[in-house]
Design a protein around this ligand. Structure first.
Ligand code: NAD
Length: 481
């Protein structure tokens, strides 16, 4: 370290949900902390919050909410006795609302950084040695020293050769969140979480949406019974999902995209106004550190870390989308808190087996723990209990009766191994499963607890009862596997 260099206990690279949470927790634990981030909005203003807040989880939820409100008013509100003569929408207002939400939340993080006395550095960090970083950006290059470095640089949309991004026509998830008008026809490539969520937004607002998915299985990471139910619902809503369909080429001809794809070995063609490429994300690890550091990658190209998120270089940690595990904001945030604790000398660990997943479609899909197919594959015997929302008084009153809660419990110990929900507020209900499973609850434990009536939570209770074949409001037979 030279005399003029500033030295921090911790320098966090990246201010997404992994990095900013790590920085706040480090500061809370008394560590002098800097967070370096180079994110800029379209006007060139530096913004904290990374992908999640700026172009990911938060703006997509804002548009999902707007489009859902419109769809409800347009198609189902009369069933509730509410009569609206004419329903229309204004994309510009939806976008402005979305942008305001993003602005408020990203400025909220700025305030939190100030309150926690975190040094915010705008620029791009390059790790020169295990204790030294070079920052480049709008200002002159500067060097800073760090006792510990946390890499939280996130991920970027994966690219495919058959769909090269073009301004506002072939777009990634960020572009799809910024359409100023409703496209007539959209081709979404990839029926993953992003494809389904963004496809839903624009379908609700009137676009014809075709989704091409290379895999034969729909939503392969989810429990397959739940995934099949979701597929049926999406089809009913008008999402045209083609499985086993691989994009071959896409070409803009006279303002229309000419799209060629192979569906179960048969060559097909379609035309669309826009294409959303949502084929996964790749970790941002390019030019982050000097090769002489020899930070190891794993076989999938992520930074190789142990359970504590330590890289092979002492003092350098990596968290969030740059390391193994699901690319989920909450997983990255928890890793950030764990690493901050470890640096401060505390004993910290994460339970990677209990990270909830949510798809914010309608119905919502949420799960935690093992799927039936995983349990079968590992030869674990289990009992299953399910309860349909159609039998829930609250769901009926809400007019949201599709879906179910399914609980899988160990056949010997009755310990809950997995909970899978498709239906109203699944994203909220799944927290009950996480809490129960973290506390090693059995299905009987959950079945003996008291749930408020009428509430959607009762479906969780009834599913727990159904594991032993004793649900009250539905005929349930014990299902052994
Ligand atoms: P994903 O991995 O969830 O889905 C991508 C899909 O694209 C896969 O099903 C894959 O088979 C398919 N695919 C790949 N190449 C293809 C091709 N050439 N033609 C047709 N299909 C192809 O990725 P995503 O939806 O882009 O999301 C990226 C990450 O962001 C995921 O890890 C996801 O969990 C995360 N994310 C989470 C949320 C949430 O928690 N609600 C929301 C958005 C994104």
């Amino acid at each position: 370290m030279t005399e003029s260099e500033e030295e921090f206990d911790v320098v966090v690279i990246g201010a997404g949900p992994a990095g900013y949470v790590a920085a706040i927790r480090c500061a809370q634990l008394g560590l002098s902390t800097a967070c370096v981030d180079d994110w800029q909005d379209e006007q060139g203003n530096a913004r904290l919050g990374g992908t999640c807040l700026n172009v990911g989880c938060i703006p997509s939820k804002a548009l999902l909410e707007s489009s859902e409100k419109f769809e409800e008013c347009k198609h189902s509100v009369s069933e509730y006795g509410v009569l609206i003569n004419e329903v229309s929408f204004d994309v510009a207002t939806m976008q402005a609302r979305k942008n305001n939400i993003v602005k408020e939340l990203t400025s909220g993080i700025e305030q939190l950084f100030k309150a926690n006395k975190i040094t915010r550095i705008t620029g791009r960090a390059f790790i020169q040695t295990a204790n030294q970083l070079e920052i480049s950006g709008s200002q002159d290059k500067q060097n800073i020293a760090a006792k510990h470095i946390i890499i939280a640089t996130g991920s970027s949309p994966a690219a495919i050769e058959s769909a090269v991004l073009t301004d506002n026509v072939i777009v990634d998830s960020s572009g799809a969140l910024a359409f100023e008008e409703v496209p007539e026809k959209i081709c979404v490539v990839g029926a993953g979480v992003i494809g389904l969520e963004l496809g839903s937004v624009w379908r609700r607002l009137g676009s014809e949406v075709v989704v091409l998915e290379a895999q034969q299985e729909f939503l392969g990471i989810a429990d397959q019974q739940i995934a099949r139910e979701a597929q049926r619902q999406f089809k009913k809503q008008g999402l045209d999902i083609r499985l086993n369909a691989r994009l071959i080429s896409s070409e803009l001809k006279n303002d229309k995209l000419e799209i060629h794809f192979k569906e179960a070995e048969k060559e097909q063609q379609l035309s669309a106004d826009k294409m959303i490429v949502a084929v996964g994300r790749t970790p941002n690890i390019d030019k982050i550190w000097d090769p002489s550091l020899e930070i190891l990658l794993d076989e999938r190209g992520f930074i190789n870390v142990n359970q504590q998120c330590e890289t092979n270089v002492p003092g350098i940690y990596a968290i969030g989308d740059v390391v193994r595990g699901p690319m989920l904001a909450h997983k990255g945030s928890e890793e950030g808190m764990m690493v901050a604790g470890l640096i401060a000398g505390n004993h910290c660990a994460l339970n990677y087996d209990l990270i909830p997943s949510v798809v914010y479609t309608d119905p919502e899909i949420a799960w935690v723990g093992k799927t039936e197919q995983q349990l079968k594959a590992s030869g674990i015997r289990y009992n299953a209990g399910a309860f349909p929302f159609a039998a829930s008084g609250r769901a009926k009153a809400m007019g949201k009766t599709s879906g179910q809660v399914k609980i899988l419990a160990d056949a010997e110990s009755d310990r809950i191994l997995g909970v899978h929900i498709i239906g109203p507020q699944a994203s909220e209900l799944i927290a009950q499963a996480v809490i129960s499973m973290e506390l090693s609850a059995s299905s009987e434990d959950l079945a003996m607890m008291i749930f408020a009536h009428p509430s959607l939570s009762e479906a969780v209770h009834e599913a727990a009862l159904a594991v032993s074949g004793s649900a009250i409001h539905a005929v349930s037979r014990k299902r052994k596997n």
